[in-house]
Design a protein around this ligand. Structure first.
Ligand SMILES: *[C@@H]1O[C@H](CO)[C@@H](O)[C@H](O)[C@H]1NC(C)=O
Ligand SMILES: *[C@@H]1O[C@H](CO)[C@@H](O)[C@H](O)[C@H]1NC(C)=O
Ligand SMILES: *[C@@H]1O[C@H](CO)[C@@H](O)[C@H](O)[C@H]1NC(C)=O
Ligand SMILES: *[C@@H]1O[C@H](CO)[C@@H](O)[C@H](O)[C@H]1NC(C)=O
Ligand SMILES: *[C@@H]1O[C@H](CO)[C@@H](O)[C@H](O)[C@H]1NC(C)=O
Ligand SMILES: *[C@@H]1O[C@H](CO)[C@@H](O)[C@H](O)[C@H]1NC(C)=O
Ligand SMILES: *[C@@H]1O[C@H](CO)[C@@H](O)[C@H](O)[C@H]1NC(C)=O
Ligand SMILES: *[C@@H]1O[C@H](CO)[C@@H](O)[C@H](O)[C@H]1NC(C)=O
Ligand SMILES: *[C@@H]1O[C@H](CO)[C@@H](O)[C@H](O)[C@H]1NC(C)=O
Length: 456
């Protein structure tokens, strides 16, 4: 412990009810002029207990860094906050607590990448607190800036989300944020939205709770609660006995799969991993959006197994990017020609309880199952048909298909068109094939079928 650090008492009363613990908290002060560098010697500041650290967190290849807060005693260390703007910093970067009280992140060329703005100039010190809050405080210990008021994808116990604030899912490395949890500015609802950052567009919500003038979403030991103006409380997650102990770390994170989960991690077992104790929404795969690809990427489909959500590829399709399985799937064969009759070279493979709703380009009813397959086979534009046997509905689909989903709630069968004579191959994410990625044209005018023969 450096001799310059001393104990300072900080009164925390972030917001009434949620974390208004009246006890003062211990902290090691970080004095004005202190610096961290991504290449050391000092890369982070620890909380007094050592549970949390603030500083440069390496990502992927150890050559890029996030300015972040993380659980320092879990293995791997788990990031709970990161600075906006540049998601990750390449090479040498420096963080300084300036004498004017601003925290400023600069790159090797001394360009400002990020800073705390709107902070009054009487900041006297900073501190990484034991609850995971990194704060800038005035001489009297009152807070001028705190990471708890700028959440990224995670809430920690004692932290709350106020009306107008949101969590956004992270995809470390890429700056994709596909989902957000927003407490409406008027406190009239708490909702999960599918978003795109390309144009500030929301595709729509896929989970929502109506409230009457909610004042905050509060994360307590026992779970997530919406506190309303008249002080009545709505439980977002049901109370769990596993969380009513100080022997576990806890966090609530909006995952890059769109699920908001409450996790626990035993404090004394670093490699135990995080366990989900509650999550919303229960059935994310049922979500359907008019535009965009849906919860999963184009041509893939969503599958849930308890709290785990996967995006899977149909047979003879593979992920565009194996590291981002929600990014969609491409077909590994050439499409059926529209110049010559190739219908005898293709077949339709059944996928039970799978559907790509919306965006059918043709529909027949009533129709027999065999006829439904046949109308697709002889149509070079047809990528798949969906058959609903209880009504005899038959829908024709073309690429790219969206809102793909599977599960017991889907009482339909998808028939996907693939080249005949291929080894029966499951799609990616089905735990089966390792089809090589074959570059193919998306056009349907192809003189011959390129057989993806590069199987391992
Ligand atoms: C600090 O950041 C804000 C936006 O985050 C930016 O507008 C401002 O210019 C930055 N300040 C400096 C001194 O770079
Ligand atoms: C919030 O309430 C005000 C006043 O009732 C209303 O004008 C405004 O449109 C509401 N905002 C949203 C986002 O609903
Ligand atoms: C939430 O409430 C606002 C009005 O404040 C409304 O505009 C919005 O559609 C509501 N969202 C959901 C998902 O109900
Ligand atoms: C929530 O409120 C909106 C109107 O703001 C209403 O359309 C919707 O049906 C309500 N949802 C539930 C689940 O009550
Ligand atoms: C919310 O608060 C506003 C003003 O405080 C009040 O007029 C309104 O009736 C409240 N709405 C509900 C549903 O309690
Ligand atoms: C608070 O408001 C909600 C919705 O209007 C109502 O259902 C609940 O009974 C109220 N609670 C109290 C304690 O007044
Ligand atoms: C909501 O959570 C509180 C605190 O854990 C608990 O006392 C209460 O019984 C819960 N209410 C419901 C309806 O589950
Ligand atoms: C996927 O991740 C692995 C290991 O993290 C990396 O070596 C590889 O380059 C990544 N592939 C792509 C396409 O980003
Ligand atoms: C639809 O298929 C299911 C499962 O194959 C079968 O049990 C059911 O009898 C079929 N319904 C009709 C109307 O054919």
């Amino acid at each position: 412990m450096s001799s310059s650090s001393f104990l300072f008492l900080i009164q925390i009363c972030v917001i009434m009810l949620c974390s208004c613990s009246m006890e003062a908290r211990r902290s090691h002060n970080i004095i004005l002029g202190s610096t961290l560098s991504s290449f050391g010697p000092q890369t982070s500041w620890l909380s007094p207990s050592g549970d949390f650290a603030f500083g440069f967190h390496p990502v992927v290849d150890n050559r890029r860094f996030l300015l972040a807060i993380w659980f320092d005693k879990t293995d791997p260390k788990t990031v709970v906050w990161s600075a906006e703007a540049e998601r990750s910093v390449t090479g040498e970067a420096t963080l300084e607590l300036k004498t004017d009280g601003r925290l400023v992140l600069t790159d090797a060329q001394n360009r400002v990448l990020w800073n705390t703005t709107g902070v009054s100039d009487d900041v006297s010190h900073a501190a990484m607190l034991d609850d995971g809050n990194f704060v800038l405080a005035g001489p009297d210990g009152s807070l001028r800036w705190q990471s708890f008021e700028h959440p990224t994808d995670t809430l920690l116990p004692g932290q709350s989300l106020l009306p107008g604030n949101k969590l956004q899912s992270m995809d470390t490395g890429k700056s994709d944020k596909r989902f957000e949890l927003l407490l409406d500015i008027n406190g009239s609802n708490l909702s999960l939205y599918a978003i795109t950052l390309q144009s500030d567009t929301s595709y729509g919500f896929y989970w929502s709770v109506n409230t009457s003038n909610a004042t905050q979403l509060c994360f307590q030991q026992s779970g997530l609660r919406l506190v309303q103006m008249n002080e009545s409380v709505i439980n977002i997650t049901s109370p769990s006995t596993e969380t009513e102990t100080d022997k576990v770390y806890q966090r609530a994170t909006l995952g890059d799969d769109g699920v908001f989960r409450h996790y626990v991690h035993p404090k004394n077992k670093a490699t135990m991993g995080w366990k989900t104790v509650a999550f919303v929404p229960e059935e994310i795969c049922q979500s359907v959006f008019t535009y965009g690809s849906g919860i999963c990427g184009f041509n893939s489909y969503c599958k849930r197994d308890n709290e785990n959500v996967e995006c899977k590829c149909p047979p003879q399709f593979s992920y565009f990017d194996h590291n981002r399985t929600f990014g969609g799937c491409k077909q590994d064969f050439s499409s059926q020609s529209c110049n010559v009759d190739e219908s005898s070279m293709f077949e339709l493979q059944a996928m039970v309880n799978v559907d790509w709703p919306l965006s059918a380009y043709d529909h027949f009813q009533p129709m027999k199952e065999e006829d439904c397959k046949e109308v697709c086979l002889i149509d070079c534009l047809c990528a798949a048909v969906i058959f609903w046997n209880s009504t005899g509905d038959c829908w024709k689909k073309r690429h790219p298909m969206s809102n793909g989903r599977s599960g017991g709630f889907v009482d339909r069968t998808a028939y996907i068109k693939i080249p005949k004579g291929e080894e029966e191959g499951e799609g990616e994410g089905e735990g089966g094939s390792s089809l090589a990625v074959v570059a193919t044209s998306w056009g349907y005018v192809m003189p011959q079928i390129v057989v993806p023969n590069a199987k391992k």
